[in-house]
Design a protein around this ligand. Structure first.
Ligand code: ADP
Length: 469
């Protein structure tokens, strides 16, 4: 087939464009820390929103009792019941009811959506046979994970800034999210109060901190990406006067919107952004998260196909945005069969490109590798950027006596389908964190995968709200 040399050239250009040597990653680390500063200094001071959460304390492990949580963040929503024993490691019981949000409710009215949620919650609570619950006669406390951009007004209330992820209920924008839920619960005769309103990253941080108090930050790599961390109160300049404690507060970075000229950007990224419904928005997310990685790979294959015959005639499927999903590029990337049969199957079934020779299949695997490796290494730089901002990157310097300041054990919680399912993404990320930090510091930093934190974390907040008040 003609054009093999051209195709190899396209691959080489891709590799150059996506290069992430440690020196460049350190520039991204610095840029992240600088932007964090700017976002904390003033409202609108950075592309990083650095939203205040009013969460001053994280769960300690002493929480006791039975708590409920509601997790609404995308296509599914979940109701959880968590029983806490007060002894850190023991989450005694953990029941979950997961169901899809009916499509029509995503674009209906606030009342319809929340009535549906309140009804599901009521069924769940009453179905549990709650005779032995400790607070008979008292109002029950609920944690609410609501993973859309919210301007918090307290740790248990906040107004919706905008919908994302396919939701569009215009009368809800600007309204108090917790109040909407409480009104629906009272319409349904359910006596519950929203004790905590959080997003998914904060839930992940809470759950990991419950088990391990050295946890300082949490990051999500799923369809999208976001991070939160515990910041010192005096570093939150824009919040002075609001902050009542001398301790710290969890800050929701909304880091998907991070941007820096040091990010290695290719023409494929520029095209993807320009053709997206939100150009110039969520630039970091578009290079890193599960929603986009597959589509970057598709664009590279399309270009190769247009410039050569190695994929046969150009398949019309290659022109369809998002047809190649990230789980598929993971499956191709991790195809261990000698003839790359999985690669051949996906190219044929999804992209309608049949009879791809082995050397071209290998080329496709290489494209997946380059795109995912860049994503994982930039994600790692983002994480180290947070550590740098809070002085946990080992650059603390020397004491007055000249000895190196001892690096404290530092845990970062990580969650999301991209990280948990895509082994190569996870391995590249962990490797890069080690490379950036260096061998003296890296052993003190633990990247810990958590599961189900986004929902369980909200229940822990409902509990810690009671413990601390
Ligand atoms: P969400 O972010 O939608 O709330 P998840 O954390 O479960 O939910 O992440 C789902 C995303 O994870 C998917 O959109 C997909 O991009 C990614 N993902 C899921 N499974 C895999 C997989 N096997 N390999 C790579 N990525 C995956």
């Amino acid at each position: 087939r003609r054009g093999w040399r051209r195709v190899v050239r396209v691959l080489e250009e891709l590799e150059e464009g996506c290069a992430t040597p440690v020196g460049r990653l350190r520039q991204v680390v610095d840029a992240m820390a600088v932007e964090m500063h700017a976002g904390l200094a003033s409202e609108g001071g950075s592309k990083l929103k650095m939203l205040l959460t009013y969460v001053y304390n994280l769960p300690t492990g002493k929480e006791k009792g039975i708590y409920y949580a509601l997790d609404l963040g995308g296509t599914n929503f979940r109701v959880l019941r968590v029983q806490l024993g007060g002894q850190r490691s023991a989450i005694i019981q953990h029941n979950v009811d997961r169901q899809p949000i009916p499509q029509h409710l995503m674009t209906s009215t606030t009342e319809e959506l929340f009535d549906f949620i309140a009804t599901s919650l009521k069924d769940f609570v009453e179905g549990e046979g709650n005779v032995s619950e400790p607070w008979q006669g008292e109002t029950r406390e609920l944690g609410f994970t609501f993973s859309f951009p919210v301007k918090q007004t307290s740790s248990s209330s906040g107004t919706l800034i905008k919908w994302t992820k396919g939701f569009s209920i215009q009368d809800m924008v600007g309204r108090d999210v917790s109040q909407c839920l409480e009104q629906a619960m009272s319409r349904k005769g359910l006596d519950m109060r929203v004790a905590a309103l959080i997003n998914d990253t904060v839930g992940t941080l809470a759950l990991c901190h419950y088990h391990d108090e050295d946890t300082v930050a949490a990051v999500i790599f799923g369809t999208g990406t976001n991070a939160c961390y515990l910041e010192r109160a005096d570093a939150i300049i824009k919040g002075q006067g609001l902050l009542t404690t001398s301790g710290g507060m969890v800050v929701n970075m909304e880091w998907g919107n991070f941007w820096s000229s040091h990010l290695p950007r290719t023409l494929y990224d520029a095209d993807l952004d320009a053709e997206s419904p939100n150009p110039n928005d969520q630039g970091f997310e578009k290079m890193i998260s599960g929603m986009y990685l597959g589509d970057i790979v598709r664009r590279v294959i399309l270009r190769m196909s247009e410039e050569s015959d190695v994929f046969g005639p150009v398949s019309s499927k290659l022109h369809m945005p998002f047809i190649l999903r990230t789980p598929m590029i993971a499956a191709m990337h991790e195809d261990n069969s000698p003839n790359l049969t999985e690669v051949a199957r996906i190219l044929e079934e999804t992209l309608e490109i049949p009879d791809v020779p082995l050397n071209v299949r290998k080329l496709v695997v290489k494209i997946c590798d380059v795109v995912t490796r860049r994503a994982a290494r930039l994600a790692a730089a983002g994480i180290v950027g947070i550590l740098k901002k809070i002085g946990r990157d080992g650059a603390g310097g020397k004491t007055k006596g000249g000895s190196q300041i001892k690096m404290r054990r530092t845990v970062v919680a990580v969650e999301g389908g991209l990280y948990s399912n895509y082994t190569m993404f996870r391995e590249y990320l962990n490797e890069a964190v080690g490379q950036i930090l260096g061998e003296d510091v890296a052993p003190h930093v633990i990247i810990k995968a958590t599961d189900d934190g986004s929902g369980t974390g909200a229940a822990l907040f409902a509990a810690s709200h009671l413990t601390s008040s």
